[in-house]
Design a protein around this ligand. Structure first.
Ligand SMILES: NC(=O)c1ccc[n+]([C@@H]2O[C@H](COP(=O)([O-])OP(=O)(O)OC[C@H]3O[C@@H](n4cnc5c(N)ncnc54)[C@H](OP(=O)(O)O)[C@@H]3O)[C@@H](O)[C@H]2O)c1
Length: 238
């Protein structure tokens, strides 16, 4: 892997881990992969857009967060497994003052999740389900803590405030598009880590963002650009 910007040169594993250090203040970082022509999926999943180096960064981002936020659609469509890290990453976390595992946080307005699915049932630490007031969550309470925020829709700003109050300063969102769209609309995105894959997916797939229009476009600044196997791995921040 090579760094193109800001300091051109080869990137080893230690440098890569440093390049993805979260900001000193609490932040929400979003990670996505997209094709050159803007598709967020191939055949309904993100796997075909990814590759070994994107997966390497994906693993580093997970290693460096306190909470991993994901929309219920992605959990359902991608068949999310329990959030487990290998021993080396767990040790790294403990040595750097983090808990052994990040906490999985699933956003679902309808609480339409199967408590038997591995992401919930096999989780190494108790996951959190973020939903709105009035939703029936009795089926989830044996396997997850529940945060309620908002009456008609999930109030993500309130939910993130609650997560921070519970010690989850660095939040990584792995999507999907509707969750990203809601985070953008609420002005909650501090960073986007975007892998651009050298593929023309053609028409059909949606973008990496979806939902109601955001009030105004927001400008982000390029923090770094990496190149590996023809993929660009970009980190943008406020
Ligand atoms: N390219 C990539 O890097 C990438 C990353 C992730 C996902 N994906 C792809 O994206 C697709 C899924 O898209 P998606 O838009 O359905 O994913 P999503 O944003 O993960 O899930 C949407 C669902 O999550 C819940 N949700 C999200 N935001 C919410 C909010 N603000 N308030 C309340 N509930 C909210 C709702 O669940 P309920 O219906 O339960 O209320 C909603 O139906 C999959 O095909 C997946 O492969 C691609």
């Amino acid at each position: 892997m090579q760094q193109l910007y800001p300091h051109p040169g080869d990137v080893d594993q230690a440098t890569l881990v440093d390049l993805y250090a979260p900001p000193p203040e609490p932040s929400v970082r979003v990670n996505f992969v997209a094709s050159l022509d803007g598709a967020g999926t191939l055949d309904g999943k993100s796997a075909g857009l990814s590759g070994p180096e994107d997966k390497r960064v994906f693993g580093i981002l997970r290693m460096r967060c306190d909470a991993l936020l994901v929309g219920a659609g992605t959990v359902r469509d991608e068949g999310y497994r329990a959030l487990r890290l290998d021993e080396q990453r767990r040790r790294w976390r403990l040595e750097h003052g983090l808990s052994e595992y990040p906490t999985l946080v699933i956003v679902s307005g309808r609480a339409d999740l199967d408590p038997a699915q591995p992401a919930l049932a096999d989780a190494p630490v108790r996951p959190v389900v973020v939903t709105r007031h009035g939703t029936d969550t009795a089926h989830l309470e044996p396997v997850a803590d529940v945060i309620r925020a908002g009456d008609h829709h999930v109030d993500l700003a309130t939910a993130i405030g609650r997560l921070r109050a519970d010690g989850h300063a660095q939040i990584l969102s792995e999507g999907g598009p509707r969750l990203f769209g809601s985070l953008t609309a609420a002005g909650l995105v501090d960073e986007l880590c975007l892998t651009v894959s050298p593929l023309l997916a053609g028409p059909g797939a949606g973008r990496i963002t979806a939902g109601p229009l955001a009030p105004t476009p927001e400008h982000l600044t390029l923090r770094h650009a990496l190149l590996a196997d023809g993929q660009l791995l970009l980190r943008y921040g406020r």
